[in-house]
Design a protein around this ligand. Sequence first.
Ligand code: B12
Length: 413
Amino acid sequence: MLAQEIPQVDSKLVERLGQRLLPWMDWLSLEHLNPSIYVGLRLSSLQAGAREAFYLHILKLSYQHSLLGLTFNDDNSDYQDKPSMGQLALYLLALRANCELVEGRKGDRLVSQLKRFLEDEKKAIGHNNKGQPHTSYYQYGLGILALCVHQKRLHDSVVGKLLYAVEHEQHLHQGHLSVDTVAMAGLAFTCLEHSNLNPNRKHQITRAIENIREKILKAQTPEGYFGNVYSTPLALQLLMKSSMPGVELGTACLKARAALLASVQDGAFQNALMISQLLPVLNGKSYVDLISPDCEAPRVMLEPVVETPSPPQEVIRVVLKVPSVSPPYINSISVPAGSSLEDVLKKAQKLRGFMYGTQNTLSGPFLTSVMGKEAGEREFWQLLRAPDTPLLQGIAEYTPKDGETIELRLATW
Ligand code: B12
């Protein structure tokens, strides 16, 4: 491949992305701590100096105290939940991104907890593989990856469940594994392959990586994305590290990279979690590099930017529709242009007749209930642009256009 064929990443563009993470690093409430941001930054070409070190320090305090049952959170009413399997996995990735290996009594307990989480999920999937993990195969893959980069061995049967899911994708209940999910599984398998932690499964692992690579290539859109714009960073993290590049793969990756850079330029990456999955790619790195991270690599210091307030905007109208409740809700809501969908929901609630609830996640506010109706097991409130286009962003980032109709639909997954 000729060097001049590879689209150059504009360093200013990367810096602007990094700058969007800085406010998050100052947001130290337990509910908003996000180990993914730390991982993304450490695998990028950027650094946040003392801020970054302090952020890891707070991450450690918070995760260790809530996971190891210490009393740090007792008086903190907005954060009673323990981190989930995936969050614990991301925390272990964050430690590794700082070139630390989990060890000692505390470290062993964290590792045991993650192993226990995976064992429970293995049980939920069941002997016949007919069940579903309580969380998701995405988190299952993340858990395996995190233990792998710390060189912690898992039972073959735990790895076997993910291998089965990838091999028999079409037989699974919902039939559909997203590109994000298979890419995460691929990153976990690539780590296992490099580290040779499950030698009995060696051949199956190599075959699964090959299989995943094919699935992702097949999912490439005419624009060049693997799946959609937001699954492309993880897909590229995996494909870039391919041991057998080949011409087809090289061309597909170049196309994906070009599409991704164009969408970055268009401002598609506003979400901190998404930026944290993208920054490593723009630095030629992937989560698998956490097997032996380079903590001495020079990185450019980020400087915070002062946001200038935007001038008052014209007013637009957005139709908000909830057909899956009775009586169905529909109303036209006026908001300033550039408002997020969350602003529309807030306004609708203020006008009365509409109600909603959210839960904070690493991706931002997740819509959990609408008109008092909570999404149940394996259900979620799907966001769509009428008539039938699922949104690719959450309520905090999506900005509806004038005259658009947004539907909130109770869907299963
Ligand atoms: C699994 C998954 C889901 C599951 C979550 C259920 C579950 N129990 O796991 C379901 C199917 C419900 C789901 C729904 C949606 N998802 Co989703 N999801 C994922 C996926 C594959 C993994 C998330 C995860 O487990 N992370 C790891 C854990 C440790 O982090 P966590 O914060 O604790 O995880 C929670 C949140 O991620 C939350 N969640 C899942 N998706 C989304 C999306 C948004 C915007 C928010 C705020 C939260 C959220 O559910 C997780 C479990 O509780 C990611 C892929 C990725 N690259 O990150 C996409 C992803 C985050 N989802 C995405 C989208 C767009 C959505 C929807 C908005 C789609 C829609 N049109 O309705 C909805 C959310 C609507 C709402 N109610 O707010 C995009 C976000 C892109 C962006 N710009 O930020 C991603 C990146 C997929 C993609 N490539 O398009 N999702």
